[in-house]
Design a protein around this ligand. Structure first.
Ligand code: AMP
Ligand code: ZN
Length: 507
């Protein structure tokens, strides 16, 4: 088997993947902060990690995939360590319980993930469900001398940590550079150093989400949740940690510092980071306001201002969306994302999506053609070599654009055999089918468009009706017609089984 190489942000190069305890792999990915609907940019990151998860599974690894949900501690201005809690603020504005906010957006998030055929992680822990673990970890970091308490707040001592460790190991930035880029902030004077960050924050009287702690009532900082939850479910040192590239300089840098402060060991062997989805070259982000929602893309419509929810199944829509010419199927959107490597930026545009949709349809069409391809005794195409190339692409840091190019080579072979310009043996046709099923469906997670469900239900009714007519023909002793119906159904790909209680079928 070829080796799998992945780009490790820590070393800034591609490295061969070696699991700590094969066939088990621990994978942690920073999940969403559910204070509003996830946008299509967030979806890109989760799609990229879905491919990584799927490919590891495909290679036979037993992956424990942990993707958290941030439901407390993520402040409005996180880099500065200031502002209201994002969920607390929405709760205040909407006059709801914070957990009502999280529940509402969790439903939407899961629905969107499922529409995009993103596999659910093995564990989806929430920050609020792991307060004790975060307090314990913070306590231990204080004991080890890497954090200090001031007036109910606990801060990580970056200066002390940096004397013994390379704080900027992940970002490649040195301390002076980082200090220069960090502003002095009002109300943060109590911190010993400008880069120090909160592990625990004292809750002001108006703060809604609060817990008792050895330092008084408060709430955990954002970074400690991922350290505490990854440690709990994957151990002190695990294989892969991922997230968007925007998390490198602060969130992930601080996670590493916390874990080393806690137990002396760097927590992760391979750090993987996905690049951003942009709109006209600008990062799509809720704070910039240039976001659109998956439901808008999947319907081509704008979400109504008074929509009770943006959950695709409950959204109220109002008029055509100015950015899209039409509705795009979630699978075409998924394919569009996979046509770009996960470490490159991906600029969204209606035209690019239209082109992707065409390509996706052609591939799916060729799979149908493949199933009816004539076999010959001689093969004039080297399918095995093509299969190797598909693995080569994925083993080269999950290179989906190259994988897709190889699948288009397969498509050309299929068309050429279909046009009788070349030939394939039955065995090679079988290999091609496996190639499609392995890479297009299993690894890339694509499936026939969503209309599939509708088509299947209509088709089901039609087949039931035809089989009813066949039963009638049999009762009328018209066996020629009954056999003809059966054979025609089989020809169309419907398997018919006659039993004691009548006929059943499957496709
Ligand atoms: P958030 O809910 O903002 O904490 O983000 C959840 C995940 O989505 C993080 O891993 C971010 O890095 C990622 N993310 C945010 N914006 C984008 C974007 N425009 N493109 C790709 N990923 C993004
Ligand atoms: Zn995280």
């Amino acid at each position: 088997m070829q080796a799998l190489f992945l780009y490790n942000t820590l070393s800034r190069k591609k490295e061969e993947f070696k699991a700590i305890n094969p066939p088990f792999v621990g994978l942690y990915v920073c999940g969403p902060t559910l204070y509003s609907d996830v946008h299509i940019g967030n979806c890109r990151t989760f799609t990229s990690f879905d491919i990584i998860y799927r490919y590891l599974l495909h290679l036979g690894y037993k992956v424990r995939y942990v993707r958290n949900i941030t439901d407390v501690g993520h402040l409005e201005n996180e880099d500065a360590g200031s502002g209201e809690d994002r969920i607390g603020k929405q709760a205040r504005l909407k006059q709801l319980e914070p957990m009502e906010i999280v529940q509402r957006y969790s439903f939407g998030f899961r629905e969107v993930m499922s529409l995009l055929n993103i596999l659910p992680p093995s564990i989806e822990p929430t920050a609020s469900g792991h307060i004790i673990e975060q307090i314990e970890m913070t306590q231990k970091i204080i004991e080890k001398g890497y954090a200090y308490v001031i007036d109910g707040n606990v801060y990580f001592d970056v200066d002390k940590f940096s004397k013994e460790n390379n704080y900027g190991i992940l970002s490649g930035r040195n301390l002076d550079d980082q200090l220069e880029n960090t502003r002095d902030l009002d109300g943060q004077d109590e911190k010993r150093g400008r880069l120090d960050f909160a592990l625990w924050k004292k809750a002001k009287p108006e703060h809604i989400m609060r817990w008792n702690s050895p330092w008084g009532e408060g709430f955990p900082g954002w970074h400690i949740e991922c350290s505490a939850m990854s440690k709990k479910y994957l151990g002190d040192v695990f294989d892969i940690h991922g997230g968007g590239m925007d998390l490198i300089p602060t969130h992930h840098t601080n996670e590493i510092a916390q874990n080393i402060g806690f137990c002396g060991a760097a927590p992760v062997n391979y750090w993987l980071h996905t690049n951003m989805l942009t709109l006209s070259g600008q990062k799509m982000s809720r704070s910039l306001g240039n976001v659109f929602l998956p439901v808008e893309l999947f319907t081509g419509m704008k979400l109504a201002d008074d929509s009770p929810s943006a959950t695709p199944s409950q959204a109220k829509l109002n008029g055509k969306h100015p950015l899209f010419d039409k509705a795009f199927d979630p699978m075409a959107v998924r394919f569009f994302m996979l046509q770009t490597h996960y470490r490159s930026t991906l600029d969204f545009s209606n035209d690019a999506l239209m082109a992707s949709e065409k390509g996706f349809d052609r591939l799916m069409e060729s799979y149908k053609t493949l199933r009816s391809l004539p076999a010959s005794n001689v093969s004039s195409e080297d399918i095995k070599a093509l299969q190797n190339k598909c693995y080569e692409a994925m083993n080269d840091d999950f290179n989906t654009p190259v994988l897709i190019a190889n699948l288009f080579d397969a498509l050309r072979i299929i068309n050429s055999v279909n046009d009788k310009k070349s030939t394939l043996t039955q065995a090679d046709i079988g290999l091609l089918k496996k190639l499609y099923e392995d890479f297009l469906f299993d690894v890339m997670g694509l499936k026939a468009e969503e209309q599939n469900t509708k088509t299947v239900s209509v088709l089901g009714k039609v087949v039931d009706m035809v089989l009813g007519l066949r039963t009638k023909a049999k009762a009328d002793k018209n066996f020629a017609l009954s056999d003809e119906i059966r054979n025609k159904l089989i020809e169309a790909g419907v398997e018919v089984k006659d039993g004691k209680d009548g006929s059943s079928w499957k496709i």
